[in-house]
Design a protein around this ligand. Structure first.
Ligand SMILES: [Zn+2]
Length: 159
């Protein structure tokens, strides 16, 4: 787990991080000019968010003249990866495949995106297993009893 895992980015903070990521180095005024209208936030709100991101160690700040320049201390790729890993950690390992399929189903994709996914799947085909094992704590998912059914074929466990 990275330090970032403890410093999760909130939805509001994502808005600020995206401005910083796409501009490499920005002043608070630049962040405010992008988000003021889009989010309908007050300047003070945006400054609070920036301050929180600095406290969390996600933004670096350095003075330049009478203003401060902000740079991201974590990359966009890394942060997005954290979110998807975190999301998949919330489902049973047996449901990861169908969760990803659902994501694909919901997404608007270009031909290039589809090609990228096809290539990723072709690679996965080589290392695919016959059955993904459930990693859940009993009581947190219902596939344990499917396992029982599987192992003790003669018993019918029904609830
Ligand atoms: Zn499970």
């Amino acid at each position: 787990m990275t330090a970032q895992a403890q410093n999760k980015i909130t939805d509001a903070e994502w808005e600020v991080m995206r401005v910083v990521w796409s501009n490499k180095q920005v002043t608070s005024r630049e962040i405010i000019s992008v988000l003021e209208d889009k989010m309908n936030w007050k300047q003070a709100t945006i400054k609070t968010l920036i301050g929180r991101l600095v406290d969390k160690g996600l933004l670096k700040t350095e003075p330049q003249g009478n203003k401060f320049l902000y740079t991201a201390k974590v990359s966009e790729e890394e942060s997005v990866r954290d979110v998807t890993e975190n999301m998949l950690a919330h489902v049973c390992s047996r449901k990861v495949g169908s969760t990803i399929a659902e994501l694909i189903d919901q997404a608007l994709l270009s031909h290039a995106d589809v090609k990228l996914l096809e290539e990723a799947l072709a690679k996965k085909k080589v290392t695919a297993v016959d059955e993904v094992k459930c990693n859940c704590t009993p009581g947190q998912c219902n596939c344990k009893h499917k396992h029982q059914q599987h192992h003790k074929k003669h018993y019918r466990v029904e609830e």
